[in-house]
Write a protein that binds this ligand. Structure first.
Ligand SMILES: Nc1ncnc2c1ncn2[C@@H]1O[C@H](COP(=O)(O)OP(=O)(O)OP(=O)(O)O)[C@@H](O)[C@H]1O
Ligand SMILES: [Mg+2]
Length: 295
């Protein structure tokens, strides 16, 4: 986690992490998600259009919504890609100044919001984020699992008082609008694995909605390769496994339907299967990997 050495400000309510970019991690998250290049290039272009021309768009309110939604099944890389977008954007825009990445933890908000309705969300959207937008040239806000933040009003049916849910949801939408109007240097990236649950009024505010999918065999092979390469960085004996693309393809074919998270963990799953391997991971063999793939 990056620490802002210049400002020892109090933790912001609802914010789970804050990083000033570019930092020593470079574009690690961006690089390690393997998706169709078109997805990455559209994401990056949209973010740059939004953040590099804030003055122009300020004069054209409403022309460009600085909200991007990443949807897709669990484990397909949404959160990693959202934070990775901030990394690559910060690198591209480095000569115009820093980028502050703010990760919102939506789980702390709803339960409190429901009782206190608008107060907490207003504090975040009307005070904390605008303050950051004054302090940093570019701000990327990642709202993870946005469905718990912008609950679809028509389907909200928990024990909570439905009137509170409506109020909270309205507060989010109105707060987002104010944030976007007041702070042209803020880009919001929202992730969800349950697009049907998000308020239509929220999705209609996004100019770009991209969905990530379960990897195809080709992509799965690359993810397995990447995972083995990383481990070979620790245990050089694993280099031959990491370089064996034939093996990666065969494994990928045995793992059809696996999400990116499961594919990435395949070698670790294999290593944790036997005590001998757990103690000596460098002894991993193709056979162990196939065994893990069939579990
Ligand atoms: N396409 C991919 N390429 C490489 N790694 C991937 C891919 N998809 C997921 N992963 C890896 O799987 C792990 C989980 O990814 P991440 O948390 O970003 O997924 P998510 O879509 O946000 O999941 P969830 O919906 O459960 O929050 C990370 O370690 C990530 O690097
Ligand atoms: Mg996620």
């Amino acid at each position: 986690m990056a620490i802002d050495h210049h400002h020892h400000s109090a933790p912001i309510h609802g914010v789970s992490a804050q990083r000033i970019l570019p930092d020593e991690a470079g574009t690690r998250n961006w690089d390690r998600i393997i998706v169709d290049e078109r997805i990455k290039s559209r994401l990056l272009s949209h973010a740059l259009l939004a953040l590099a021309h804030e003055k122009e768009f300020y004069a054209l309110p409403g022309a460009l919504q600085r909200l991007v939604i990443l949807s897709g099944p669990p484990g397909t890389g949404k959160t990693t890609l959202a934070t990775g977008l901030a990394e690559i954007v910060s690198k591209e825009l480095a000569d115009r100044g820093d980028t502050c990445l703010v990760e919102i933890n939506p789980h702390v908000l709803p339960s409190e919001m429901l009782g206190e309705s608008q107060r907490n969300v207003a504090r975040l959207l009307d005070n904390s984020l605008p303050e950051l937008s004054l302090r940093y040239p570019h701000v990327v806000v990642v709202i993870d699992e946005v469905e718990s933040f912008a609950v679809r009003r028509s389907s909200a049916s928990f024990e909570a008082n439905p009137i509170d849910v409506h109020r909270a949801s309205d507060a989010v939408l109105e707060g987002m609008d104010r944030l976007m109007k007041r702070c042209p240097n803020v880009l919001v990236v929202a992730t969800t694995n349950f697009p049907a649950a998000i308020d239509e009024a929220f999705t209609s505010r996004a100019d770009l909605v991209l969905s990530l999918e379960i990897p195809d065999v080709e992509t799965a092979a690359k993810i397995i390769a990447l995972s083995l390469e990383e481990l070979a960085g620790i245990w050089p004996e694993l280099e031959s496994l990491a370089a064996n693309s034939e093996l990666h393809h065969q494994l990928a074919e045995a793992c059809v339907g696996w999400d990116g998270r499961q594919l990435r963990r395949l070698p670790l799953k294999a290593m944790s299967d036997r005590k001998e391997l757990a103690l000596n991971p460098e002894k991993l063999t193709p056979r162990d990997l196939f065994a893990a793939a069939s579990m």
